[in-house]
Design a protein around this ligand. Structure first.
Ligand code: HEC
Length: 154
């Protein structure tokens, strides 16, 4: 009897932990921003990690354009791949939980789009089609930047 009470208690605690984690996973760790956007509040190293990923996305975008300009689809594919899902794979679960759901969705969309651009370049798609794909991808960059800023927790 004692044992089963303990088992129930640990089950309840486990469920509570999962529920709280789930709640944070959807809501993220946010505050009102210094402008009209919502701030995602991260530890300083986490903020640096996200911003490093962002600069990687800018480099990937530049590489794609440079490749198109030089008619070098190999470069387009390599640049796009560097901004693909591989670039997001190392994000840890604690940081993931602090990012609000729409933020995660937009971020994943951009990484998937980058992989799609790499596949298109590898499979012989022409420059105008790839430019169209990049334009669509960049509307996600703009949408995210319009809504969110990053704040380092004190
Ligand atoms: C899921 C949301 C999201 C997406 C998608 C996104 N960004 Fe960002 N990015 C941010 C946030 C938030 C910041 C910080 C803005 C702030 O604090 O004012 C940022 C900052 C940046 C910075 C500044 C980096 C630094 O060192 O300060 C660059 C460059 C950047 N993003 C490029 C891009 C490019 C290019 C894309 C698309 C290919 C992109 N971002 C897509 C959210 C996003």
């Amino acid at each position: 009897m004692k044992l089963s009470k303990l088992a129930l208690l640990s089950l309840a605690l486990w469920l509570a932990t999962v529920a709280i984690f789930g709640w944070f996973f959807v809501r993220g760790n946010t505050a009102s921003g210094s402008d009209n956007r919502t701030a995602v509040v991260l530890a300083p190293v986490e903020r640096d990690l996200v911003l490093t990923e962002m600069r990687g996305l800018l480099i990937a975008t530049h590489g794609i354009l440079q490749g198109i300009n030089a008619n070098d689809m190999k470069q387009v594919a390599t640049a796009a791949r560097s901004g693909g899902m591989n670039a997001a794979a190392d994000v840890n679960p604690v940081l993931m939980a602090k990012l609000p759901m729409p933020f995660k969705e937009l971020g994943m969309k951009v990484h998937h789009n980058m992989d799609d651009i790499a596949i298109a370049a590898e499979s012989g798609k022409q420059a105008p089609e790839i430019m169209g794909m990049l334009t669509d991808t960049m509307s996600n960059c703009i949408a995210c930047h319009a809504s969110w800023q990053l704040q380092a927790a004190q």
